[in-house]
Design a binder for this molecule. Structure first.
Ligand code: HAM
Length: 413
């Protein structure tokens, strides 16, 4: 099956993983409910231009990672590489911001990036995306970080590090950028090839380059936090004070610039020590200019996205994903029993019992084996003797006790 195997970086999520997915999605919905965030499900394809304008032409995603195609009418469309741009588009298109109150939203779903697949990095991956529109104050930044913190804590993922930074705003960042470019230009020869390119297009990204030689240069360069204007400084202090008031532990890292162009002020990531090089479990920040850049009103916004596959890698190290087995396994032991067994099983399922069944008749030994394999608590045996008496035998597989029940009285099960 190599010829028609799944595409590289696109993975089947098999039934033995389903429990983890449900666990995460259920938890996400529950935290959303308590924080009062509503679900919005944007489509997975958008106009290519939305991402080009939204994420920035000079980002890795737009430059080399998007799945873009022409549809049959010649329009350029792209499989979403992230959710934020689509959420903003939906907010503007449906005027969700009208009414004055901040709009709190979340979405869950697949994203697509043409990256080199490795542990924790896929080409189709899934995100939980959380966004708030219409509040520029620091407390909402802390609320969004608390959303993520609560979610991770309730999944049992507590050995994670929250990294926090402020990227400043259009009033103060250009000054830093200028100083940084001047400084880096003097070290151009020692910078890696990627950073040489970034130097002209997206110099801030040099700050979080993983190459040791670039890191060594950057460590001697200008420091972003020293360039923040008084308003950005005050805002960042407010975020930190709100987090401190709840005892949230975070580390400050003023090299955390993130890979997307839309960020302003607060940025944050959550890292794990157990994921190898793809160690970011979640990342986000404030993006006050994006709504206006995409043709909408000038609405401040903040959000984050968490990578579900990475969360599952961490969860699967902690506990096994065993699904609860069925309440009953229906063992059809003779051909005449199939019909009556089908009827009883339907009644039991309608009443809420979880029932596994195989319709083709078989011997008792083989059916007991199947019941055991399915992890059933009890077996219902439909044999010729039982049928003749209008009954079935029920056996409790853990105790070995068995008893008879009338076949037409599902309520007694
Ligand atoms: P991002 O940092 O590009 O941010 O992605 C967020 C998370 O998605 C990452 O921390 C990682 O867990 C996961 N992720 C990213 N790429 C992959 C991949 N190829 N395979 C597996 N997991 C991956 C954003 O996407 C922003 N839209 C977040 C945001 C929302 N900012 C504001 N609002």
């Amino acid at each position: 099956m190599t010829e028609l195997a799944a595409i590289r970086g696109f993975k089947d999520i098999l039934p033995d993983q389903a429990r983890y997915w449900r666990l995460i999605e259920d938890r996400a919905r529950d935290v959303s409910r308590r924080f009062n965030y509503a679900e919005l499900r944007p489509p997975i394809m958008e106009r290519t231009e939305l991402f080009q304008r939204g994420l920035g032409e000079a980002t890795d995603i737009v430059e080399k990672e998007m799945y873009t195609m022409e549809d049959r009418s010649g329009d350029r469309i792209t499989l979403r590489p992230e959710a934020t741009a689509g959420m903003v588009r939906a907010l503007i298109e449906h005027n969700l911001h009208e009414g004055g109150r901040p709009v709190r939203l979340f979405c869950l779903g697949p994203m697509f990036r043409y990256e080199r697949p490795q542990k924790g990095r896929l080409r189709q991956f899934h995100q939980l995306d959380v966004e708030v529109f219409g509040d520029s104050g620091p407390t909402i930044d802390a609320e969004v970080i608390m959303w993520l913190h609560t979610f991770l804590k309730e999944l049992g993922l507590i050995e994670l590090t929250v990294v926090l930074n402020s990227l400043g705003c259009p009033a103060c960042r250009p000054r830093f950028r200028e100083k940084l470019v001047d400084f880096l230009a003097d070290h151009q020869k020692t910078l890696c090839q990627d950073c040489n390119r970034r130097l002209t297009q997206n110099p801030l990204r040099v700050l979080d380059c993983k190459s040791p030689s670039c890191q060594a240069i950057v460590s001697k360069g200008p420091v972003l936090s020293e360039f923040l204007c008084p308003e950005c400084r005050q805002h960042f202090l407010g975020v930190r004070q709100a987090l401190d008031s709840l005892g949230v532990i975070y580390t400050l890292n003023d090299k955390l610039v993130r890979g997307l162009d839309y960020y302003t002020r607060t940025t944050f990531e959550v890292h794990s020590g157990n994921l190898g090089s793809q160690n970011a479990v979640a990342g986000g920040g404030r993006y006050d200019g994006l709504c206006a850049r995409l043709g909408g009103p000038d609405i401040p916004a903040i959000g984050f996205a968490a990578g579900l596959e990475r969360l599952i890698l961490l969860l699967s190290e902690k506990y096994a994903a065993t699904e609860p087995g069925p309440d009953y396994y229906a063992a059809v032991l003779c051909p005449e029993a199939t019909g009556p067994a089908f009827t009883l099983v339907q009644h039991l399922r309608a009443m809420g019992h979880m029932v596994a069944a195989d319709w083709e008749p078989g011997g008792l030994k083989s059916r007991l084996k199947r019941a055991d394999k399915a992890g059933a608590a009890k077996v219902i045996m439909f044999g010729p003797d039982e049928l003749a008496a209008g009954e079935v035998t029920v056996r409790d597989l853990s105790t070995g006790d068995q008893w008879r029940l009338p076949i037409n009285r599902p309520e007694r099960f």
